[in-house]
Design a protein around this ligand. Structure first.
Ligand SMILES: C[S@@+](CC[C@H](N)C(=O)[O-])C[C@H]1O[C@@H](n2cnc3c(N)ncnc32)[C@H](O)[C@@H]1O
Length: 180
């Protein structure tokens, strides 16, 4: 889906109403995994609600976000809390061609975006490339989202685990660690 300005604003309103608990739970997983003063990248960050939740829990982290939609990135920049200790590095970028050097991040994450990536194999290679050796990838998506190609490509690159979702949960999580 193309998130133009109207769709981005509408999505942000829905996310505020419906996804607060989900973003807070995902943020706790990221906060628990990231080392002190570590670097975290959120792909398909949208209006940046996950990054806000991470910042609240771990203000020491250096946070970055990438999204294909310039309107989403503009929204995320405007919404970044003025109380945050430091600005987030928010960029317009495709998951298949990320503008960061190899090994930049301790944790790479994504929520509810992977099902929209047209080339999940290429995405997997980029996610692993920007992770430091030993770094952790945490991807959440809808329970029935088509992310099989991503999981397969990650399995070929490094260890991957798909957490069996709770029977009542609409979400599923994929975890991978870049080999040292
Ligand atoms: C449903 S929104 C999820 C936003 C946010 N992660 C959240 O949890 O609220 C999906 C986002 O993925 C972005 N996206 C889709 N394809 C992308 C790609 N190839 N590279 C980067 N971002 C992408 C969209 O622009 C959109 O902002």
């Amino acid at each position: 889906m193309v998130f133009d300005q109207a769709r981005s604003v509408a999505y942000d309103r829905r996310a505020g109403r419906l996804l607060g608990g989900f973003h807070r739970r995902a943020a706790s997983g990221i906060a628990a995994a990231a080392p002190r003063d570590g670097a975290v990248l959120d792909i398909g960050t949208g209006p940046g609600r996950l990054l806000h939740a991470v910042e609240t829990l771990r203000p020491d982290l250096r946070l970055s976000g990438a999204d294909l939609s310039p309107d989403m990135v503009a929204l995320a920049r405007r919404a970044w809390p003025s109380t945050a200790l430091r600005p987030a590095d928010l960029r317009v970028a495709d998951v298949g061609d990320l503008p960061w050097p190899d090994g930049t991040f301790d944790v790479v994450t994504s929520t509810l975006s992977a099902h929209e990536w047209p080339d999940q194999r290429r995405a997997a290679a980029e996610l692993v490339r920007v992770l430091r050796p030993g770094g952790l990838l945490l991807v959440w998506d809808f329970r029935f989202a088509r992310v099989g190609a991503l999981v397969g490509a990650l399995a070929a690159l490094c260890g991957v685990r798909r957490k069996a979702p709770h029977p009542l949960s609409p979400f599923t999580r994929v975890t991978a660690r870049r080999p040292v």
